[in-house]
Design a protein around this ligand. Sequence first.
Ligand code: DX5
Ligand code: ZN
Length: 219
Amino acid sequence: MMHLIAPSILAADFGNLQKDIELINNSQADWIHVDIMDGMFVPNISFGFPVVSAVNKHAKKPLDVHLMIVEPDRYLQRFKDAGASHITVHYEACPNLNRTIQVIKELGCTAGVALNPHTPVSLLEDIIIDLDLVLIMSVNPGFGGQHFIENTYKKLKDIKELSSRQNPGLLVEVDGGVDEHNAATLFAAGANVLVAGNAVFSAPQPLSVIAALKQSGLS
Ligand code: DX5
Ligand code: ZN
């Protein structure tokens, strides 16, 4: 089973992003997680296209773009052009989710859907076969450094049940409050991709944290 690590640059040093991107390049991380917040879907604003393009200029790993924005359809092409390899939209922000997913795939990107903590996995039943990835939010979206929500384990069980029947190749990503203490349990519960922001960038030795998270997938 695939066990990937995606450090989130939301917790990086924005005054010296190149340094933190190079740190990820030289680490055991697999993807670079890029959080886009619009101040509408979530009560916070992060950054936009020029920053994503700048990150992409230095990145040697795929950009995993997590769109916490309303009407993401308006910007899919521009995120692709800015360097996104994987694009994840929120279920709660997409009234025409099937169309949105088809557009992401036509752009040549991996298509993901994120679920807020209160959104049940069962709502994906009629779209799961079309998805490459499901992102389970394990905090309320909008901020880094929050506490992990334990109900995530129940949701991992639900998504595994659904995907084993209809889409066994589905990637399951967990985002928020992931650290060295819960990583092994999350991988064992069926997660394939773990996002980590503060656990990596607030640590004195980010490279060792990334290595430890990656190692958690082997145990
Ligand atoms: C939260 C973002 C997360 C965030 C994770 O809305 O989607 O990707 O960067 O940060 P930590 O790992 O610090 O909870
Ligand atoms: Zn995220």
